[in-house]
Ligand binder design. Structure first.
Ligand SMILES: [Zn+2]
Length: 433
């Protein structure tokens, strides 16, 4: 009898080992976190559960669980609202763009609008696929020092397929309405606009091959979360995981991933004034920093514009730790800290849409999100100190309420966004060699 029990015990160890090596989610559950939203998210994130998205207004949280995780998860006695297992098996409507179609579209547009559009190869993924960005500007072949740059990028996370739709819609809107729509013509003529529709092409291939919950890149069969791999605040505040199979695995070291480096090199080269990184889902506008309690130095500007984005989109604005949980090693923290970008993450789509909604959600979602990127293009005409000074390395901009220091770009240009309602002439400028 004892032997039988031992045999049964050994067998159970084998099965549980088999389960723990399985990283495929088998359940998606919605937690009702009424009155303990922040605490629930913190606990989910710190225990390594895959939080898919939220409905912050109704305090609902979607979480995906493997069989093993579900055993652990049950111990917490979270209040379950509904089961959403359909998200695991939903087939993606073929009309959504895959990475090959996105690239073909960029080629087509660049050929059709050669005066204002240029397709640029900016690097390669881990598996050697080319990553492309589109430059949209008048005199597109020239680097016009006096024009501010702006970047819109999509799909750090491959399962978030709506982000390729929003970013390609930006390209389409700007190119097809140039010389027809006054505002669009003005934006293209006076700025250098860059759109990078898909950062994580290798992951996107996996999603279209049937792994529709794949989020990370293709490293080693487990994947690294590119958006936890940036060097700023890397592994700084429990905002990522050191476990390879976690959905927020930060990688073996800061900037270990080719995709991370491609984006960093590109941003360092174009030095955008603003950036939006498109993600899904949750209807949020997120600004730096990602670690609990940290705020930007020019918070008035960064958070002011973020709240304005939230207002026009009817999305909830805040830092990651205010709206979700702490995040470390994200692109927006790095862009802000190292390249003086004013960067946002926009989580498009309501919770009910999930990552791969029915195609009838596509047009309304991209149309709605025009309000966001267009607000930033408009804001490039707003209060700003700008110019060219090749003899200085830094500039200080101050009045009695506001003070900021800015490192002048290598080409001598500077673009310092001021708080809403202020006038550039009211600020004192001091240049330093
Ligand atoms: Zn994402």
């Amino acid at each position: 009898m004892k032997k039988l029990i031992l045999a049964a015990w050994m067998l159970s160890q084998v099965t549980s080992y088999a389960h723990s090596s399985s990283t495929k989610a088998s359940k998606v559950l919605t937690i009702n976190a009424k009155s303990n939203y922040a605490k629930t998210l913190k606990s989910l994130q710190e225990n390594g559960f895959d939080v898919l998205g939220v409905d912050i207004k109704n305090e609902l949280i979607d979480v995906a669980l493997t069989k093993d995780e579900f055993i652990e998860f049950k111990k917490y006695n979270f209040k379950i609202n509904e089961s959403r297992n359909d998200l695991l098996t939903s087939s993606i409507d073929e009309r959504y763009l895959n990475s090959v179609e996105v690239e073909a579209l960029m080629t087509e547009y660049a050929e059709k609008y050669p005066a204002i559009a240029k397709k640029i190869k900016i690097g390669e993924t881990l598996e050697g696929r080319s990553i492309y960005a589109m430059k949209i500007s008048d005199n597109v072949d020239e680097d016009e020092v006096s024009e501010p740059s702006v970047l819109f990028n999509g799909m750090h996370h491959s399962r978030e397929i709506m982000t390729a739709e929003v970013t390609t819609d930006i390209i389409k809107e700007l190119l097809t309405k140039y010389n027809k729509d006054q505002k669009i013509t003005h934006w293209v003529d006076s700025n250098e606009i860059y759109v990078l529709p898909i950062v994580n092409i290798d992951g996107n291939i996996k999603v279209w091959e049937g792994e529709n919950m794949w989020r990370k890149n293709a490293r080693g069969g487990y994947g690294v979360d590119i958006n936890r791999n940036y060097p700023t605040n890397w592994n700084a505040c429990r905002g990522s995981s050191g476990w390879k199979f976690s959905q927020t695995y930060r990688g073996s070291e800061a900037a270990s991933e080719p995709e991370t480096n491609v984006l960093m090199n590109f941003v360092s080269q174009i030095k955008p004034v603003f950036n939006i990184s498109y993600h899904a889902y949750s209807e949020l506008v997120i600004y730096p920093y990602g670690c609990r309690g940290q705020r930007t130095l020019n918070r008035e500007v960064v958070e002011g514009i973020g709240k304005e984005l939230g207002r026009v989109l009817n999305y909830t604005p805040g830092t990651a730790w205010e709206t979700l949980y702490s995040v470390d090693g994200s692109d927006i923290d790095w862009m802000y800290e190292e390249e003086q970008v004013i960067p946002y993450v926009i989580e498009v789509s309501p919770r009910s849409d999930g990552f791969q909604p029915s195609y009838d959600k596509r047009d309304p979602t991209v149309a709605h999100n025009r309000l966001g990127w267009q607000l930033l293009l408009d804001r490039l005409d707003g209060p700003m100190v700008r110019g060219i000074n090749k003899n200085a390395t830094t500039i200080k901009v101050e009045n009695e309420d506001f003070s900021t220091e800015y490192r002048i770009n290598p080409d001598g240009s500077y673009f310092i966004v001021l708080p809403e309602g202020s006038k550039a002439s009211d600020f004192k400028l001091s240049f330093k060699k």
